[in-house]
Design a protein around this ligand. Structure first.
Ligand code: ADP
Ligand code: MG
Length: 388
């Protein structure tokens, strides 16, 4: 079996079909570590997209085996993400799984903050690299349209239901706001303009080194926080033929490294740690709840109240959950016998996520006179609203 076949590489160039707005779910199994090496694997990969565990078979969009490389994961998830972003779609990638299953490795790369080792580079730096390459290509290809791109990034952490700015850790307990003009956003969060891969690398290294880590008995380096790196891409084109009408596309990509999904009773959490655990679980269990509700809404077509605001994570990423965004879920699992029950619970979560249908649309605004006036009206209305 070739590596391509082994990880189920599909034709991943070009934006995915807009009508195909289901959640893309891939399962990635990490290699056994030293302690697990002799135990064999409890997960058997059956094909490109299916696996079995404890006599049960699961099917996803792709199943990436222990031989899958960071490049394979990029091809599977990252390359289509870049094309979707340039086409004007919002996207989010979540890494879900128990502590030690490979979430951080998949999203950022090696767990230390150095992004130097190229083949260990995770999805986020690879996507940004490709994004800049493709922006250059687009500018050359459509030289007559005079395309101008602007990219800006932010990096935050949700820990104990509090948001910290990873690019400026003095900014703690930031608040999520929502208004008509900007949608959902984090007030006072640092946004850095980036124009090269070096700029992005610096932000990633800075942000990753500012993350909190706490140790529990499950894994000494366990990350007990959710971290979210966001890249916003704006493009304008001056179409001279249209009498100077400038067209604006804006899209964002969120990379989300979730806290470990393991049940807390397996760790000896006490006191502050337990309180922390409760709050970490609030965001994660709300994510689980929402996924159940959204899967049900997608299947039955019945309207239901969706409690996005019940946790920081779901409030912040509401657009990605059943809204205007393409969503990819990477579910990380360990092959070890000792992780079997957590692996099963991760796979069940993954299966429910598969049932969600998002409604992604291209975020495009033609800046003609009518639209400019509409925008002015919206702003005035907002101001009036605030004065009341
Ligand atoms: P998590 O973020 O889910 O807690 P990590 O990403 O930190 O887990 O992974 C745990 C350990 O396993 C790390 O040392 C990491 O480098 C290693 N690891 C995870 N996935 C892979 C993989 N696919 N290939 C090689 N090593 C991996
Ligand atoms: Mg981690």
């Amino acid at each position: 079996l070739s590596v391509e076949a082994a990880v189920g590489l599909e034709n991943s160039d070009g934006p995915t079909n807009p009508a195909d707005s289901g959640v893309k779910v891939i399962v990635r199994m990490r290699p056994p570590n030293k302690v697990e090496e002799d135990g064999g694997s409890v997960v058997q990969r059956l094909s490109n997209d299916s696996l079995s565990i404890a006599g049960q078979t699961f099917t996803f969009d792709s199943v990436a085996d222990i031989e899958s490389t960071q490049i394979d994961i990029f091809q599977l998830i990252g390359a289509p993400l870049v094309e979707n972003c340039l086409a004007g779609f919002n996207s989010s990638v979540f890494a879900y799984g128990q502590t030690g299953s490979g979430k951080t490795y998949t999203i950022w790369g090696t767990s230390n903050t150095s992004l130097e080792e190229h083949d260990q580079q995770g999805l986020t730096p690879r996507v940004c690299q490709r994004l800049f390459e493709r922006i250059n290509e687009e500018q050359v290809k459509h030289a007559d349209e005079q395309l101008v791109y602007m990219c800006r990034c932010s990096f935050l952490e949700i820990y104990n239901e509090q948001i910290t700015d990873l690019l400026d850790p003095n900014q703690k307990n930031l608040q999520i706001r929502e208004d008509v003009k900007s949608g959902v956003y984090v007030e006072n969060l640092t946004e850095e303009c980036v124009s090269s891969m070096e700029d992005v690398s610096q932000l990633l290294i800075k942000g990753l080194s500012n993350r909190r880590t706490g140790s529990t008995s499950v894994n000494a380096e366990s990350s007990r926080s959710h971290s979210v790196f966001t890249c916003v891409v704006e493009s304008r084109s001056k179409r001279m033929a249209d009498g100077g009408v400038s067209c604006l596309k804006m899209s964002r990509i969120n990379f989300v490294d979730l806290a470990g999904s393991e049940r807390q009773k397996q760790t000896s959490a006490a006191g502050d740690r337990l309180k922390e655990a409760g709050n970490i679980n609030r965001s994660l269990s709300q994510l689980g709840n929402l996924i159940n509700i959204l899967a049900e809404v997608s299947q039955t077509g019945k309207q239901r109240h969706i409690p996005y605001r019940d946790s920081k994570l779901t409030f912040l990423l509401q657009e990605s959950l059943g809204g205007n965004a393409k969503l990819a879920m990477i579910c990380a699992v360990s092959p070890a016998q000792s992780c079997k029950s957590e692996t099963l619970s991760t796979l069940r979560f993954a299966q429910r996520a598969k049932a969600i249908k998002n409604k992604a649309v291209v975020n495009e605004e033609i800046q003609d006179d009518v639209n400019v006036l509409r925008q002015v009206i919206r702003q005035l209305r907002d101001e009036l609203h605030r004065m009341k």
